[in-house]
Write a protein that binds this ligand. Sequence first.
Ligand code: SIN
Length: 284
Amino acid sequence: MAYDVYKTITVSPLSPHLGAEISGVDLSKPLSNAQFDDIHQAFLKHHVIFFRDQTLTPEQHLAFGRRWGTLNVHPYVKSMAGYPEILEIIKEPSEKINFGGGWHSDMSFLEEPALGSILHAIEVPDVGGDTMFASQYAAWDVLSPGLRKTLESLRAIHSAAEEYGTGGASSKKRASMDSEVVGDEVPEYEHPVVRTHPETGRKGLYINPAFTLRFAGWTKKESRPLLEYLFEVCRREPFTCRFRWRPGSLAMWDNRCVWHFALNDYHGQRRHMRRVTVNGDKVR
Ligand code: SIN
């Protein structure tokens, strides 16, 4: 890391492996280069950063996202009306199933998966609806040298088939978030199982239960036991942090080294979030 002293913000870590709350900045205003550099350094160091009390219009949310790169238009889920690059993540009081309610890394089913996701809370339950995050660097660091050597030679197949394909989870889901169930022709992409972060140079596991189907060249049945073992390591409690939302809270996570999980423990209450997703590069 180039430096760890922030000139324009205050950074308070949330847990030893990941997560930090940032204060002293208003994201509705254009950021100076010094502010952006500080936020960027905190993001690389803590992998998921949180801000409180941010009042953002959709345009201001998009402008913050564009400081990080180009923005994604989700291939399967309908966008906010008039804003193709914003996903409205809504669970109505009458609904039972939420969006993102399982461990995953956003858009790993693309050839060039997402760099980061920026989630802004509009309306949240009185209690519940927290989001959990897990460091995939920490999962990698704890593995034995023997297993690491094996994993470094492996690639894995990612696809949205089990979410958005025929009979996938989205076909049974939410009334409030339209998603297109795309049939049997869901593309598959191959990524290395061990990812070297393009900015920090650190290694982390890059597989996830929602979108990783199997190891390349292995059958699904052959892949399952090793994937299940790795998934168990990837979500170990000491490698996680948990964020309690308030209206106006904003989180940005690094999909290159973090999993997340939207808890679904608030039936009967409404939760309304907006997500902007920053495009990433080919996984190396
Ligand atoms: C997601 O992007 O997976 C949803 C996260 C959340 O709603 O907390």
